[in-house]
Design a protein around this ligand. Structure first.
Ligand code: N01
Length: 503
């Protein structure tokens, strides 16, 4: 439902624009700011929620924080000298995104409460027709910045619907629900779960953590930023830039292990094992918490308080596997039944089966989901043959687990911006990538992915699609992605001038 503010904004928003952007997370905001900064202001941002922020607005569960340092996990053009910690917590990142949106005048371009229900290419009008819950919009160019960690996955557990207590997904946390004194179950042990568990463990009566696969966890080197450092960042912005560059460089080294030679990750594995040994004394528990796949195959997690929380007297690590949920309990395959008041589903997101892909239909009426039935494909992670004037931010093979997504997003934004400038410079009404370019990019990704720890590490992860192909991660150094997206690869596109003929 729309509040009055978004109703008014929706009514005032131009219905036909040059550029429509779906989403207002880092990607949507970054795109809009890039366009506004060079005077391209005929745009609208369509946002289903009532505020900007994307995944950082939605993931406000207790303990939510970023596992990439703030100096790196921020826009290059908007450094924040005031980050209070080296790794920021969700409220600070959300406040940063809100402040950045305000500072660059993006909020006025947003229509809140506008969930995109369908978008189709109108070939005669050479426009995208975008249906939203706040009405219809038409745009020459559609930029989907809907995010890959936007739509929660709910596990298919027998009886879950019959549960009489509270069920909350980590990305749909009910802040009004008080867990104090409750018997709480957390299902999942990914990045979200390992933050929720220590945050709620002290207040609940009992905590059962249902683990299917143990994660690799290394220490979190988080600390408050000293006031003199903040002052230095303010007075000498170049110093903060230097810190950012160093953090980037160090993290980029991980690529050598993840992609090039897995042996490089062995020291990281040793650090993780020592961390576990230090924090968990009980050998049986330690064994249950020890991963049996190569480190890096799934996202490497960072935490100092997960192991202490999961081994606290009121907590229990459950590894038996869930058989069914009953109205007031969870039953595991070993026959044990645990009375439960609240179930927290920290079970992840639709990443390889993006819901937005079902809603965007291209030239021949087929949706992105139809075209991607055999796996997500694209040119340069950004455009898809058959979908003219459509650009995907955080599209296929742009994800990174070892460094900042903002770096990848800014690379893509530069690419889209160059595409739009090219269209303007050449007077093109339509720009569409070729199937050949798409196939070439797919082959490139497949070749680079072969032998990576994600494919060869002996785990099942959402990094791979159902057929076992890497369609989510960028399998190389990220500076190579930046180089590849610095300019539009014009030779891989067919352009149609406002008049007629393809060029
Ligand atoms: O989700 P996940 P997440 N029965 O998909 C388990 C980012 N992020 O929300 O491993 C039982 O990683 C599943 O088990 P398994 C980050 O990119 C960042 O935690 O598949 N269990 C797994 O343990 C991250 O990678 C930050 O065997 C079930 C868990 O649920 C991404 O978001 C913080 C199940 C899902 O883990 C997603 O992380 C949070 C079932 N039916 C998130 N289905 C930071 O920056 C799933 N699971 C710190």
């Amino acid at each position: 439902t729309l509040d009055t503010r978004s109703d008014a904004a929706a009514a005032a928003a131009p219905r036909t624009v040059r550029v429509a952007v779906i989403g207002t997370g880092f990607a949507g905001l970054g795109m809009a700011i890039a366009l506004l900064r060079r005077g391209e202001d005929d745009l609208v941002l369509l946002e289903r929620a009532d505020d900007v922020g994307g995944t950082w607005r939605d993931n406000h569960y207790p303990g939510a924080a970023c596992d990439v340092q703030s100096n790196l996990y921020s826009f290059s053009f908007a450094p924040n000298p005031d980050w209070p910690r080296s790794y920021s917590e969700q409220p600070e990142i959300q406040a940063y995104l809100q402040a950045t949106a305000d500072r660059y005048g993006v909020r006025d371009r947003c229509v809140f409460g506008a969930e995109v229900t369908a978008a189709r290419w109108d070939d005669a009008a050479r426009q995208w027709v975008v249906s939203t819950t706040a009405g219809e919009f038409r745009a020459t160019v559609l930029v989907s910045a809907a995010g890959a960690l936007a739509d929660p996955t709910y596990p298919d557990i027998p009886g879950l619907d019959s549960f009489a207590g509270t069920v909350m997904h980590s990305a749909r946390w009910d802040a009004g629900h008080d867990l104090t004194g409750e018997r709480v179950a957390v299902i999942g042990t990914g990045a979200s779960a390992i933050q929720i568990v220590p945050a709620v463990q002290p207040q609940v009566e009992s905590l059962a953590v249902y683990q299917r696969t143990p994660p690799w966890i290394v220490p979190r080197t988080d600390h408050p930023v000293k006031p003199w450092v903040q002052r230095l960042y303010r007075r000498v912005p170049g110093f903060q830039k230097l810190v950012r560059a160093l953090l980037y460089g160090v993290r980029e080294f991980l690529v050598v292990g993840l992609v090039k030679r897995r042996i490089f990750l062995r020291p990281v594995g040793r650090v993780a094992r020592a961390h576990l040994a230090r924090q968990v004394r009980d050998p049986r528990l330690r064994a249950a918490l020890t991963p049996d796949y190569t480190i890096g195959c799934k996202r490497i997690l960072i935490s100092n308080d997960y192991y202490p929380a999961v081994t606290a007297p009121n907590a229990e690590l459950v590894t038996a596997g869930i058989a069914e949920v009953r109205p007031h309990s969870i039953v595991t395959r070993d026959g044990l039944e645990r009375p439960t008041d609240t179930i927290v589903l920290a079970t992840g997101f639709h990443v390889t089966d993006l819901p937005i892909a079902e809603r965007i239909a291209g030239r021949d009426g087929r949706t992105l989901a139809d075209v991607w039935a055999g796996g997500m494909v694209s040119n340069r992670s950004t455009t898809v043959a058959g979908f003219p004037n459509l650009f995907l931010l955080v599209g296929p093979n742009v994800g990174v687990g070892h460094t900042s997504m903002v770096y990848m997003i800014e690379s893509q934004v530069a690419y889209v911006d160059d595409a739009l400038r090219t269209m303007a410079a050449e007077g093109l009404a339509v720009l569409e990538t070729t199937p050949e370019a798409q196939q070439g990019y797919r082959d490139h990704i497949a070749a680079r992915s072969a032998g990576t720890v994600w494919l060869a590490g002996g785990c099942a992860s959402w990094y791979l699609d159902r057929s076992g192909h890497n369609t989510t991660l960028w399998p190389d150094f990220t500076f190579r992605f930046r180089r590849m997206t610095r300019r539009l690869d014009r030779e891989n596109y067919v352009g149609t001038p406002a008049g007629d003929r393809e060029v």
